[in-house]
Each structure stands twice: as structure tokens, then as C-alpha cells.
Ligand binder design. Sequence first.
Ligand code: ZN
Length: 298
Amino acid sequence: MRIHYLSCGTDCPFGGPLFDGFSTGLFGVIPCAAQLVETNEGLVLVDTGYGIQDVRDLHPRLSRFFRTLLNIRFRMEETALHQVEALGYSARDVRHIVLTHLNFDHAGGIEDFPHARVHVMEAEREAAEKKRRGFIAARRYRPGQWDDVRDWRTYASSGEPWFGFDSVRSLDGLPPEILMAPLPGHTSGHAGVAIRTSAGWVLNAGDSYFYRRALDPDRRRCTPGLRLYQTMMDTDRKLRFQNQVRLRDLKRRKGTDISIFCSHDQKELEAMQAEAATAGKPHLRRVEAASGSGEAAL
Ligand SMILES: [Zn+2]
């Protein structure tokens, strides 16, 4: 399976390196990572970032609070649909969308692919539909981004083991090489999405961590801006920390067999893009090398 690594929108928060750890200016570069996977069942998108409608009609699809806080840079060419078409495909070719969760910066492009079946954990769909009370909850879930979806598939964790994690391996219509592994904490139904390639497993850990060195087994770090942001966004802090410990342990045990990346780290995303371009592995060494630079600014 060929995987394309996309950034479907960029947040540019004031604070620069205090967020991304490498910028030299006043504004950071925080991507919204997504994957486009070529499979025998058609194209599969993992997360969708910001979509066409978000670019065209910001309000009320997205909250003024997050637009201002994140200083979101909306560009049509960064939308998943635009990038799918640039690769020579059409929206119709995207048959499945697998979501780490339903927050506004992951779900914005869903409706640009009306022929896709949308897969998400049951707990996440429930939270997005029914648990929108409170300042953050009301603004992180934006029903206007997905209320026209008719083909949902939701899953309870099946408990099937995957490197010590529970997983859901039977995603309806998808090959067994794509699975979901619940990683709650950031949101109630947050999950990682793992894909088996000829070079090993790749785990999209979504927003279970935000900064490349958060999984460093020896000296974990996070920039102050991202630490504050993820704390503000926690649904269950204890669970988030527990899952970070488990991911760190996974990386320590299986570092050369599994590449792990998160949704919002530019250096990690670039490393995955570079490795995908050469179809090589392991990804992690390059990520660690990339993370070594720019740290002095923190
Ligand atoms: Zn996010």
C-alpha cells in the first residue's frame, strides 16, 4: 500500500518556537497531518484536516476562539480534496475515511468526499453528538463539518491485541492491514490508526501527543505552547498520560518496526514524507535526527 503524507491546513499560532520548537519568527508552523492510502479497495483518507467549506465559509463552521488562538492559515491548495485531485484522482475515488477523532482540525474535509464511508470510534461519535456542553466541547466539535454524512461506521474496542494495545481490526470494507487502536484522553473516543506496509507498521497517533520529543524514551520534552494547548484540550488527562507512557514503551520496544507520528508536528511530518518518498525505513531515526535541531530556542 502506498501512503501519501499530507498537511491539510496549517495553524500558525503566535509564539513561533514556543509552539513548534524550530520557527525563528513570531508565528509557529503546526500542520494538520493526514494520510492518503492507495489500497485495492480504493483510496483511504486518515483524517481530513480543514476542508473546502472551512476555507470558503469559516463562520460558523469553525469557532472564532480557535481561529484566533491558532491563527489558522486557510489555503485551498492545502485541502485534502485539492491534494487528491493534484495526484490525478477525484473525490469519488476516496472510498473510506478513518478518523483519529472528530475535532474541527481533523474533520473539516469529510464532506468533500461524499462517496466515502466514515469510520470512527463509537465513543467519539457519541461525544461529538451528545457531549458538547462547556466552552471547549462546544467549539472543538462542529457538527456543520459532518452532519451530512450518511455512511458512518462506529466501533467499540474489540480487545484484539496489537503490540500490547487493544485494537479494532475489522473495519468494514477495509483491508486488515488498516486498524484502529483506541488512545483516549485528548477526546473520549480518540484512536490511533495503524497501517501495515511492506516496510513495517506506521501508527498515526493523532493528538495523543503533540510534539516529536514527547515520546523520547530518555528525555521527553514538549514546548510550552503545545503543553498548554494539549492541557486545555484534555478530556481525560490521566488517560492521556497513560497512553503516552504506553506509546513511549512501544517506541522503545519496537522502534525499528513501527514508525509513530502525531498530527501536529511539522518535523515529524516532513520525516514521514521523506521516508515515503524513498519508500524506505526506519522512519524513526530520521525523526530523531530532525528533532535534534531547533531545541535551543526553547
Ligand atoms: Zn488536532
